[in-house]
Design a protein around this ligand. Structure first.
Ligand code: AMP
Length: 115
């Protein structure tokens, strides 16, 4: 489905909900996470509504790759020497918004393993 009118991230794509947009193309939008976990915490999402990254990969390898290349570009623009990309799939893994999104987290030391 192109857009889900009940989806908060679709509403960010359309501009119906405000966000601090840091990148936009036909395929991808990136914006600051509303609850940042690090000095840089950006969410990179497809402009089409897809529930999770696996579904997006099956639908469009091109847009999936765009998410990662935009993350690299934003990290470079911010001079991050290292960063973490996170993809949560399903409630048990901590997914709370069911529109695929790539977390870009950086700007501080990051512990491993994650919680
Ligand atoms: P996840 O838990 O992997 O599904 O990540 C969802 C992320 O979306 C969380 O880090 C939230 O802080 C973030 N989030 C939820 N609503 C908004 C919003 N309106 N604007 C920006 N980020 C949001």
């Amino acid at each position: 489905m192109a857009l889900d009118l009940n989806c908060i991230f679709c509403k960010i794509v359309t501009g119906d909900i405000p966000a601090q947009i840091v990148y936009r193309s036909d395929n991808v939008v990136a914006f600051d996470d509303i609850t940042p976990q690090a000095p840089t915490h950006v969410l990179i999402i497809p402009t089409i509504h897809v529930e999770n990254i696996g579904d997006l990969a099956q639908l469009s390898p091109t847009i999936t790759a765009d998410l990662f290349s935009v993350a690299k570009q934003i990290a470079a623009e911010r001079g991050l020497s290292g960063f973490r990309n996170v993809l949560n799939t399903g409630e048990e893994a901590g997914q709370s918004v069911f529109h695929a999104h790539l977390h870009l987290i950086g700007g501080r030391s990051l512990a491993w393993p994650p919680g």
